[in-house]
Ligand binder design. Structure first.
Ligand code: G6P
Length: 474
């Protein structure tokens, strides 16, 4: 079987867990990329090529002829790549998540300092192998002149590799993360930085979530590769080819989200939360437990708000969802522990017999987080840096009367900034002040802003986001 439109990403739309009796349970994949794309490709014949991430996934692949899950399970067309676990671990954990993610989110500071030595050389080789496995599978599955949409920092080398195999294909790459400015990107070894940039430039079209990230990428191409960059036309010329740079600010399918959030499981979670918090005001945050999401400073800001405003004691509850992510990395395990310590401190300092100032949820519970969105008076989204941040868009869709406290460093600030309370994510005192301002914003003003936020959040739903990029490949 072969396809004329293909998507490639590390995480696919489904994942499998192996139960004790050897059976496989299927569930939807998580994160902004997958939730954005899953609805688009459902019921289409777009082939999704992704990696097997766990033993469950590897079990599923081995039952599927040629790794084509649609033939063995009831999924859309999916080909899952069974990459040797050690290679996968080095490519995904060491290079993609500990190096490229850290660079583009400006996360390198003590104690997370980079070191590029012989160990990194082996990890980089695995990243190449892993990118090559995707290029090979795509080359096998694509029809003549097919369009291929390669996603994110895991697969920066795939476009150039695929072009060598199949020069007839029309290739796009999309970055769901921010992009670092050249002076920061240059902390990568010179040859690695050049390979990443020229890997993406193997595509005909390189997409970003905001103009800011697109500009930073182009600046890196000029400064570190010596490529010819035209900011007005948004093109990069390198090695005799032109890559067009696109800005596609992914939004949310409001109708689908509202329909999901109206289902009975969400309603019963709403009732349970209401039972627990009564008529107190709710400050909500929903994140993966991710270093870039800045959860600890968010909790510190809430703590500072409580310290400065005793009149709110007993009248407000912070509902914080911080579900587990990337726990193979020690930095993430330490961060999760830091979040829990900080939450405990707030409990110890302020909880009384009939008031829980903070409820921290550390398990992934999608319907419960939808319930929280619907009940929120204030939504706190304070990443140190974020490609877009779809939480900032989902919140206003489900609760237009909710005030949004938003980091100026989230990509979403480009579209939502005017109607949110923008904060410097490092400034805990200013964030505390913004929480107070959000809670006291007059009802009418909140609704006015909320309706505008809702409109901006749905301006480019995934379907259109996808179609725009397909059109860019024509
Ligand atoms: C971000 C990335 C995605 C990734 C998601 C979840 O949104 O841009 O590519 O899938 O995080 O991270 P994970 O490592 O769990 O796939």
């Amino acid at each position: 079987m072969s396809s004329s439109v293909l998507i490639a990403s590390n995480r696919g739309p489904v994942s499998f867990t192996l139960s004790e009796d050897g059976g496989l349970t299927m569930r939807r994949g998580g994160g902004g990329l997958v939730s954005g794309l899953s609805d688009v490709v459902r019921d289409t014949d777009v082939l999704w090529v992704c990696a097997a991430l766990s033993d469950g996934d590897r079990g599923a692949v081995r039952q599927a002829p040629g790794g084509r899950l649609d033939e063995a399970f009831d999924t859309g067309p999916i080909r899952m790549l069974d990459i040797p676990p050690a290679v996968f671990h080095r490519a995904y954990n060491a290079v993609a998540n500990s190096t490229l993610w850290f660079v583009n989110h400006l996360l390198y500071n003590t104690p997370f300092s980079p070191e590029f030595g012989t160990r990194f050389a082996r990890e980089w080789e695995s990243y190449r192998t892993y990118n090559g496995a995707f290029a090979l599978a795509l080359a096998e599955e694509a029809t003549a002149r097919a369009r291929v949409m390669v996603q994110d920092y895991h697969l920066t080398l795939t476009p150039a590799m695929l072009r060598v195999e199949r020069p007839d294909l029309r290739i796009a790459h999309f970055s769901h993360t921010p992009w670092a400015p050249p002076e920061y990107f240059a902390l990568l070894p010179e040859d690695v930085a050049a390979e990443v940039l020229s890997g993406i430039l193997g595509a005909d079209h390189a997409g970003f979530l905001t103009a800011r990230w697109a500009r930073a990428f182009m600046d890196c191409c000029a400064a570190l590769l010596g490529a010819r960059v035209d900011h007005a036309d948004r093109t990069v010329t390198w090695a005799g080819r032109i890559t067009r740079i696109g800005v596609h600010p992914l939004g949310v399918d409001g109708e689908a989200l509202r329909a999901r959030a109206a289902e009975p499981d969400v309603e019963s979670h709403m009732a349970a939360i209401r039972d627990h918090v009564g008529d107190r005001r709710l400050i909500v945050r929903i994140d993966r437990t991710e270093l870039s999401k800045n959860i600890v400073r968010g909790l510190r800001a809430y703590q500072a708000f409580l310290a400065g405003h005793p009149e709110w004691h007993g009248r407000v509850v912070h509902l914080a969802f911080a579900y587990p992510s990337r726990h193979d990395l020690p930095e993430y395990r330490e961060y999760t522990a830091a979040v829990q310590r900080c939450a405990q401190e707030i409990e110890d300092e302020y909880a009384t017999e009939d008031w829980d100032p903070l409820i921290l949820n550390v398990n992934d519970d999608y319907p419960r987080s939808l319930a929280a969105y619907r009940l929120a008076d204030v939504l706190l989204v304070n990443p140190v840096r974020d490609g877009m941040n779809l939480v900032a868009k989902e919140g206003p869709i489900l609760s237009p009367r909710c005030a949004l406290v938003l980091s100026r460093e989230a990509g979403a600030a480009a579209e939502l900034g005017a109607d949110s309370l923008l904060v410097n994510p490092f400034d805990v005192t200013a964030t505390a002040a913004a929480l107070h301002e959000a809670l006291t914003l007059p009802e009418e003003e909140r609704l006015k802003r909320g309706l505008r936020l809702r409109e901006a959040a749905t301006a480019l739903p995934p379907r259109r986001w996808f179609d725009d990029q397909i059109a860019a490949l024509r």
